[in-house]
Design a protein around this ligand. Structure first.
Ligand code: GTP
Length: 324
């Protein structure tokens, strides 16, 4: 982002350099030449990962350019408008509590510049028409810059918002839905199944002897196994199925429009896919409990039945599917 700012600012300054050369203002041409050099240096500094130094240089450029432009061509040339661009940058981006003193300092600088301009007048004035042209150009550019700054911050807020929503509804390790998000999805599916009279299946899967995986191969490998199992379960289900990490080494899935015989097939397929060893990971198996959700019951009641079926799979020797 900062690098793009240096390029855009340098392009604007190059345009002004040509304009002031055409208007015959040598001092302002030199000011723009110096600005180009500063933006070039800032661009180079960013390439060296010295972002802080680059940012300070950009600040210095804007402060100096606004001051020199106002002093040479007069306050009415509108160079001071660029100083206002600092306000959103300071207030929104400043995270260390320096916003108030920085905006205060900027205000003092702005009013001080105005006072000096009033006292000394334009040192190298252009004609009235040329000054108005410069003013209008400044106003147009500052409008454009405010619009892009606002768009940039709006985008940043949207991205942060989406990240928060994702974090609140998904499991940090596997990326699957978390328990509370699943509960919300399940409630919707149960209501839908009730309305349309469609069969709805619930499935609970638990990795067998997962404690032994952690103990033998370490927690990191255990985590990778959880991710792999999550991915395989997801790949084995349809888009419309809801899958979540229920907690620890346990996963749940809700399968809309899924009659009992199909539920058994899907569960068996999931069991088989997890039982196929993954390269570089210890082999694991899944015990699964399934049940059909009665439209008149809630998720907890169905979960209790699926859990009892899972327990039956564990008790019968694991790596199998039981129906509850
Ligand atoms: N690596 C890893 N381990 C986890 C995580 N969450 C839970 N566990 C482990 O999962 C293990 C679950 O162990 P148990 O409840 O005894 O179950 P199990 O060893 O799978 O035995 P059975 O379920 O009876 O087959 C515990 O050792 C937990 O520490 C996690 O996020 N990462």
């Amino acid at each position: 982002m900062t690098r793009r700012v240096t390029v855009i600012a340098a392009a604007i300054d190059a345009g002004y350099l040509l304009l002031f050369a055409a208007l015959g203002s040598l001092p302002m041409s030199l000011v723009n030449l110096a600005s180009l050099a500063m933006y070039g240096t800032a661009w180079w500094l960013i390439g060296q990962r010295r972002n802080r130094a680059a940012l300070l240089l950009i600040w210095a450029e804007v402060l100096l350019h606004a001051a020199l432009g106002s002093l040479l061509l007069g306050w009415d040339s509108g160079f001071h408008y660029y100083l206002l661009l600092f306000i959103p940058a300071i207030v929104i981006a400043n995270t260390r509590g320096y916003a108030v003193p920085l905006v205060g300092g900027l205000l003092v600088y702005y009013l001080g510049l105005r006072a000096v301009c009033d006292a000394v007048g334009a040192l190298q004035p252009l004609g009235a028409g040329a000054t108005r042209l410069v003013l209008w150009l400044h106003v147009c550019i500052v409008f454009g810059m405010f619009a892009s700054i606002s768009a940039f911050y709006r985008r940043s807020i949207l991205v942060a918002e989406q990240r928060l929503v994702r974090q609140a509804s998904s499991d940090g390790l596997t990326g699957l839905a978390n328990r509370s998000h699943f509960q919300a999805l399940a409630a919707t599916e149960i209501a839908r199944a009730r309305r349309h009279g469609q069969p709805l299946a619930l499935l609970i899967a638990d990795i067998d002897h997962f404690k032994a995986v952690n103990d033998r191969h370490g927690h990191g490998t255990g985590d990778r196994v959880l991710v792999e199992v999550g991915q395989r379960l997801k790949a084995g289900l349809r888009e419309i199925d809801a899958l979540a990490r229920w907690g620890g080494e346990e996963f749940v899935a809700m399968l809309p429009d899924c009659p009992p015989e199909r539920t058994a097939q899907v569960a068996e397929r999931l069991r088989a896919t997890v039982a196929t060893p993954a390269p570089g990971l210890p082999p694991v198996t899944l015990s699964i409990g399934t049940t059909q959700v009665d439209p008149a019951e809630d998720l907890d009641a169905a979960l209790r039945r699926a859990d009892a079926a899972l327990y039956a799979s564990k008790a019968a020797g694991r790596d199998r599917v039981s129906r509850g």
